[in-house]
Ligand binder design. Structure first.
Ligand SMILES: [Zn+2]
Length: 668
């Protein structure tokens, strides 16, 4: 086989010195002194982990962030070019270029000081009654600030072709309700620091120390009530627990004292008869608990959320204070990312589909799209085979599962239709206003969908994003161009690595259609039980095995993973890797060769292991253990391979070794 070389990702210097390998496998990332049967993650990633310490401006650094750093450089190039004012500049370039320039112009931002936010704060501080509060709540929602609760549009879970209005809990600053409720020393410390941070934000906005301290206490107290009344994260993963169709009359009966007609009129939402309330108990409880809340508390709470959401568009001191608490203290990040990098992120959020159009022109060829599509087909075939040969599922349920699999739509590269931004006015000297106007346009575009047929081609991610997703209601798997690059995919390297990287990601997304959440939706994206009772029970038994396995893993210090919170992702990793291997075997048909001293199966497992190499600050690991449905990289790798006899065979592992689970779990 001809010598092929790895296209190095930009970043680390050592990558440039990397020798070239026949398969494209990143042998330099491995630590071969570790026994793969003892700790496969260290074996696959050990040298990468040692050679890539956490950069000062990151809480987590892994192959995903390495690639998004690379994408960010491409985007920065696009935006710096577009920001130069010339007579020939296209309308699209002018829009993204000016949005970027406005973000970079810290001199103007500092010079304007509090002037742009003043009318907003004045309105909040002049609230004097419940109707004022309701009106302001709607105003904040319109500019994307999710105080108290969420109101929006989403497909009806039981009739996915129609988009309905939806209400759900929300309004917390800290990452999860538990942060407000737990009494261990660490949680108490976090709340103490939070109050101190809120106080500092009010002082920056002009309050005296005394008044700022009082307001900070009001914010914590109000949010603690919201937290206490909130549904926990694990319950929220059950789509049956969050499905409650109600009329507005019923909602009003739950929440006496709250004027819904005033609120809805102020949001500009189209008229509707019924809506879904994800957590009726939350609404009932907060209406009772906050009925007598003094208007000063609402003023403090709304003001803080506004200051927090707009900190990057205010004088530098606000952004520094926000960074100090939210990043330095909460995630362990030591320094801010360069302004230019943050501004790339801002344009991606404000005008994502305009930037995406420019990005995909440069980065994603027809050849890559064709190869990825072939990979998706191979994975789909393997998943079908997997379902057909399961020993625990009866024929009727298999038939329904295969029908669902067949109904999955695959989207590769970018959405079919780009979002339109004609209503978003961008001004080069008004960074604050750009943020408010783009958020408002996004809100209006969402809210207008209430009562309309669902557009199932919509994406929830921008094209340069290094990620992928499954949408249960659209029954689509979606792979933005941003992720379809090394180390996930490279059309020029060994296919075993592509099956272990991108192939596993595709298998992972497909399996989401059949995880503890996805299995509750049918092929049309409707919440409907298509399982026989016996098969459902068999599924739950196997899923419980995975939940128990991952609950045994330690995230950091005394913090364990929550196997129920991470169940969907862990099931998808386990299923995804198995069907990626099946697809590889089916493609090679026994003709695979050994490259770099590794069999095709070994290369697939290494390709998989190496997409999860990472370093993470302990503060970030702790926060994620409570909030992130994904397990940390090392458990995504070791937790998965230890369940697989195929892995143990590939590396000749023996019973009793750590990567050979005594009680191997398998759902798919
Ligand atoms: Zn996933």
């Amino acid at each position: 086989m001809k010598l092929r070389f790895l296209i190095p990702l930009l970043a680390p210097v050592f990558a440039l010195a990397q020798p070239r390998y026949a398969s494209g496998l990143d042998v330099a990332a491995m630590n071969k002194s570790v026994d793969p049967c003892v700790d496969f993650y260290q074996y696959a990633c050990g040298n990468w982990i040692a050679s890539n310490p956490l950069p000062g401006d990151r809480a987590r650094w892994g192959r995903f962030t390495e690639l998004s750093n690379h994408n960010e450089k491409v985007l920065l190039d696009i935006l710096q070019g577009a920001a130069v004012v010339t007579a020939k500049r296209s309308a699209l370039d002018a829009k993204i270029g000016d949005a970027f320039a406005a973000c970079m112009d810290t001199a103007t931002i500092n010079k304007r000081g509090m002037e742009p936010i003043k009318p907003e704060l004045d309105r909040i501080n002049s609230m004097n009654s419940m109707p004022d509060m309701v009106d302001e709540l709607a105003r904040l929602h319109r500019v994307g600030i999710g105080v108290v609760f969420m109101f929006g549009a989403r497909p009806d879970a039981k009739d996915s072709n129609r988009t309905i209005a939806a209400l759900g809990q929300g309004g917390l600053s800290l990452p999860d309700r538990e942060y407000y409720l737990k009494s261990d020393p660490k949680s108490v410390e976090i709340r103490h620091h939070f109050v101190d941070h809120v106080k500092k934000m009010f002082q920056l906005a002009g309050d005296t120390a005394e008044s700022a301290a009082a307001k900070a206490q009001m914010v914590l107290a109000l949010e603690t009530t919201l937290a206490k009344d909130s549904m926990d994260r694990v319950s929220m993963r059950d789509p049956n627990k969050t499905y409650h169709m109600m009329s507005m009359r019923e909602v009003a009966a739950l929440t006496p004292g709250f004027d819904w007609s005033l609120y809805l009129a102020a949001t500009g939402a189209p008229k509707f008869d019924t809506l879904n309330v994800s957590q009726p108990d939350y609404f009932k409880q907060i209406a009772a608990d906050l009925a007598g809340e003094p208007i000063e508390s609402w003023r403090a709470y709304f003001s803080y959320h506004l200051l927090r959401a707009t900190a990057s568009a205010l004088p530098e001191s606000f952004e520094n204070e926000s960074f100090d608490f939210w990043s330095r203290y909460m995630t362990g990040t030591k320094e801010q990312r360069p302004r230019s990098a943050r501004c790339v992120g801002v344009v991606d959020r404000q005008l994502g589909d305009l930037l995406g159009q420019k990005y995909i022109e440069l980065t994603f060829g027809a050849d890559a799209k064709k190869q990825i599509t072939q990979l998706v087909d191979a994975l789909e075939k393997a998943m079908g085979e997997d379902i057909r040969t399961l020993d625990w599922m009866t024929e009727d349920t298999k038939k329904a599962a295969l029908a669902k699999l067949k109904a999955i739509t695959n989207n590769v590269g970018s959405p079919q239709k780009w979002r339109e931004y004609s209503k978003v006015k961008i001004a080069r000297d008004d960074f604050f206003g750009n943020g408010m106007r783009s958020a408002q346009a996004a809100y209006e575009q969402r809210i207008e969908k209430i009562g309309k047929p669902t557009d199932k081609t919509e994406w929830g991610m921008t094209t340069p994003t290094v990620n992928a997703f499954y949408s249960p209601q659209n029954n689509t798997i979606n792979f933005p161009a941003g992720i379809l690059q090394p180390p996930f995919f490279d059309p020029k390297r060994d296919i075993a690595l592509n099956f272990g990287g991108a192939g596993m990601v595709i298998g992972h997304e497909m399996t989401h259609g059949f995880d503890d959440q996805g299995r509750k939706f049918d092929g049309d994206g409707n919440l409907r039980d298509w399982w026989t009772a016996k098969d459902g029970a068999e599924f739950e038994k196997r899923a419980a095995c995975i939940a128990n396995e991952y609950s045994g893993f330690t995230a950091v210090d005394d913090v364990k993973l929550n196997g129920r919170l991470t169940l969907g992702e862990n099931s998808a990793d386990n299923g995804g890797l198995r069907i990626a291997l099946m697809a590889l075997e089916d493609t090679l048909k026994g003709k695979g060769e050994t490259l770099d001293g590794f069999t095709p199966e070994q290369r697939l497992f290494l390709g998989f292991g190496q997409i999860w190499c990472e370093n993470t600050a302990p503060q970030e690991v702790r926060a994620r253990a409570m909030t992130d449905p994904h397990s940390p990289g090392r458990y995504r790798v070791n937790g998965t391979v230890q369940n697989m006899p195929e892995f143990q065979k590939a590396f000749s592992c023996k019973a009793g070794q750590p990567m050979v689970s005594q009680n191997a779990c398998r759902v798919w």
